[in-house]
Design a protein. Sequence first.
Length: 262
Amino acid sequence: MMRALEQRPLLWDRLTWEEIGSLRRSGVDLCLLPVGATEQHGPHLGVGMDTCNAVRLCEAVSRETGVPVLPALPYGCSLGHSRRWPGTLALLPQTLMEAVVQLFEWLHGTGFRRLLLVNAHVGNAAPLRCAVDIIRSRFDDALVSVCNVAELSPRVRAEFYADAADWHANAAETSLMLALAPETVRNARIPAGDDPDRTVGLVFTHPVNRTSLNGVTGFPSRASREQGEKLFRFMVEDLTALVQRARNEQPPLAESYFTVLT
C-alpha cells in the first residue's frame, strides 16, 4: 500500500486512519504543515498566493521524501495589510498560535513527535515561533520548528529580497505563481503592480497602507516563469535537505523539560 503512495505526495486528508497508523508503525515520525494566508497581493496576484506557495512546496518535498503533508492553514496573521484593499482575511496572533498548538496535540496523540511548520507568510513567523515554545513546554518529546520559506537558504533569500527588503507580491512571488499557478496571475495587471520599498531607514514598522500605494512592495514587472521555476527548484532542494536532517535529529542533551535539579 505505502509503496504505491510513494510516487505521489502523501496528503494526510487523502489517507484513511488505517494508512496513517501504518505510516507511524513503519517509523514515519515527521509531518509537514503548510501555513499560508488569505490576503491581498496587489492588482495582479490572487489572495491565496501564500497558501498556494506553501502547499506546492510541501507536496513537492513529500514526493522526494515520503513525509506526509497535513492540510494547510489558509488563514494567517495578516493584520499588517490593513482593510484598505478587499480580500484579506486575518487571524489574531494568539488565534494562530492556539490553532497550531491544538493541532499538534492531536498529532501527538496519533503518535507523531516531529513537525515542520512550513510558513509562506512573513507575518506568521512570530506567532508560529511562540506556538513552538508552547508546544515544547507541554510535550517533553516534541521536536517542532518553523521553516520560513523565504529564509530556507541564502540562495532562496537572495531571490526573495532581490527587488525589495520589505517585499510583497514582488518579482519573486509573481515569478513563483507564473510557474506554479499561472491561472492566479492577472498578466495584464503585472506592470501596474510595481511599487518601491519605502521602508528603508525607518525606525518603526508600519502597516502596508502606509508603505504601499497598491499593496505591492517590489517590482513584479521583472518576474518570469523561468525565474519562478529556478526559485522553486531551490526551495524544494533546500527544504528536502532540511527534512532529511529532521527525520533523525536528536536533542544535544536528553534532560527532561520537567526535571528540577536539586
